[in-house]
Design a protein around this ligand. Structure first.
Ligand code: DHB
Length: 311
């Protein structure tokens, strides 16, 4: 095998692959499946202050080239994930990331204060891109609001942390977002991308939308968003100073994982393909990526990270 190890926010991962938050990570049983898999890390479901049931089902449906979902942030409440993080065996296990998605700045502050008080070696990923809570626009598309949130949360967290971002589609937006992120020294990584928000899937036979919440509108994931994900990874890789990018979106095999690293990713998360295939996906994609690297003569991720050639 080639060397697939990486370091994120100063924490060493035995390999670059882990779950995208939302998949296989809501309960302790789900998280144990991630621990038992060949992933290099694991991240918990985005937590809100209180437990949430989420939206009515069907709320996730696989499509021919990806998936659509409007889960509505079902989660056990932050105290559950704090308890998990407190009891996690950091010595003998892979690193743990915890995703927080407060419904207000105050909720994020309260959750972060609780994690800080526990003084744990887990890494926080603050989610600025949940598209599926009816009536709540996501902060990732509100640059002033996101800057204000970061100005409060970054000094509070103190240590290195990351943020989960929605996809951007305009070069001016890449520039504005990056100039905000570059103001915060302890913002160590950005995770690009969350689902492409508010797609619509329709069944031709029944002439019905395919998921129940939001009249069928939901976040798109899987192979259909690969090129949007690669663009966002590379756009932030080029613009961010002393920060890392975690790539997510469209990874179905070692080939797409390789492309994410070539675009600049330091780690790669897997969402839809993990949901469809189960945790065995990590062993498969590790092997496929390693085979590609060996065929190309690359020994480690550093040999080709961010080295995509332009014409
Ligand atoms: C949900 C979806 C997201 O894309 C996200 O970032 C957080 C939560 C959800 O619908 O549960």
């Amino acid at each position: 095998m080639a060397d697939l190890s990486t370091t994120i926010a100063g924490v060493k991962l035995p390999n670059l692959l882990f779950n995208a938050s939302g998949v296989c990570c809501q309960t302790k049983e789900d998280l144990q499946k991630m621990v038992d898999s060949e992933s290099g890390s694991l991240i918990t479901k985005s937590a809100t202050f209180e437990r949430r049931e989420g939206n009515p089902s069907p709320r996730y449906v696989p499509l021919s080239n990806g998936s659509i979902n409007s889960m509505g942030l079902p989660n056990e409440g932050y105290a559950y994930y704090l308890d998990y993080a407190k009891n996690y065996d950091y010595q003998s296990n892979k690193p743990l990331f915890v995703s927080l998605s407060g419904l207000s700045l105050e909720d994020n502050v309260k959750m972060i204060e609780a994690f800080k008080a526990a003084n744990l070696p887990c890494v926080l990923e603050i989610n600025y891109s949940c598209p599926n809570v009816p009536g709540k626009p996501q902060l990732g598309y509100d640059f002033e609001g996101m800057d204000h949130s970061l100005s409060v949360l970054a000094p509070l967290i103190e240590g290195p942390f990351g943020i989960k971002l929605p996809p951007y589609f305009d070069i001016a937006h890449f520039d504005i977002a990056a100039s905000i992120f570059n103001k915060y020294d302890n913002l160590a990584f950005v995770t690009c991308v969350n689902s492409v928000g508010n797609g619509l899937a329709i069944d031709i036979d029944t002439e019905q939308v395919m998921i129940k919440p939001k009249d069928g509108f939901g976040g798109l994931g899987g192979f259909m968003i690969l090129n949007t994900a690669l663009a966002n990874v590379n756009a932030f890789y080029r613009r961010l100073k002393n920060k890392q990018v975690i790539g997510v979106g469209g990874v179905t095999s070692g080939k797409e994982a390789f492309l994410h690293v070539l675009a600049g990713a330091s780690a790669v998360q897997i969402g839809t393909t993990l949901r469809e295939e189960g945790p065995g996906v990590f062993a498969r994609i590790k092997k496929e990526l390693s085979d590609i690297m060996i065929a190309k003569g690359y020994k480690s991720l550093d040999d080709f990270r961010g080295k995509v050639k332009t014409l």
